[in-house]
Write a protein that binds this ligand. Structure first.
Ligand code: GRF
Length: 185
């Protein structure tokens, strides 16, 4: 199978990264993870990159400089797909345009509802009946790109922020990989 050269951007725990690495190691999954990009040298998710020997690159805190260097690196490694897996920095319009290829993000709500941060609190405050996750293309509007797929569950009366996060993330692990397959097929 032809595998697409892919780069995964993270900032934190990296549990979606872990799932993507495990899937990408399988024969039938259409991406090769060339390296991981992280804006936080203390991100626990870097441990997954180390464990499975995926190269990683921690970028500079100056956004313009970091993005310029990244664009060169992405080009040199012939990266055709970027997956944002809990990357907490907003990519500039310039970066998105110059990269010019597919960027996909995962968001812990049923978009277009609850863009941005604090999604689980918003879900509880609004007494939503259901919630879940969305995988979408990245454009210049935050959490506003074309939706690839969503997965949902019904909110229970006993749910709190922690339980919603746990349930949402277990859906994310399936949703992200399914979305990658859907986009690349
Ligand atoms: C996920 O919930 C994702 O939806 C959001 O950031 C979180 C990342 O979690 N964008 P992890 O770092 O993959 O554990």
């Amino acid at each position: 199978m032809v595998k697409i050269n892919t780069c995964i951007f993270i900032s934190g725990r990296g549990t979606n990264l872990k799932k993507l690495i495990l899937n990408a190691n399988g024969y039938n999954f259409p991406i090769k993870i060339k390296f991981v990009v992280c804006n936080n040298k203390n991100a626990p998710g870097l441990e997954f990159a180390k464990k499975w020997s995926v190269p990683y690159y921690i970028h500079n805190s100056n956004k313009n400089l970091a993005e310029s260097k990244l664009l060169i690196k992405l080009k040199n490694h012939k990266i055709n797909l970027i997956l944002l897996a809990g990357y907490m920095r907003i990519l500039s319009r310039r970066f998105i345009r110059m990269y010019g290829k597919t960027i996909i993000n995962i968001h812990p709500s049923l978009l277009p509802k609850f863009k941005g941060l604090d999604t689980f609190k918003k879900v509880l405050d609004k007494k939503e009946k259901k919630t879940g996750c969305t995988v979408h293309h990245v454009n210049e509007k935050i959490d506003g790109g074309k939706i690839i797929l969503k997965k949902f569950f019904y909110v229970d009366k006993k749910d709190n922020i922690e339980s919603l996060k746990k349930k949402t993330q277990s859906l994310e692990y399936k949703a992200f990989s399914e979305a990658v397959i859907k986009v690349l097929k």
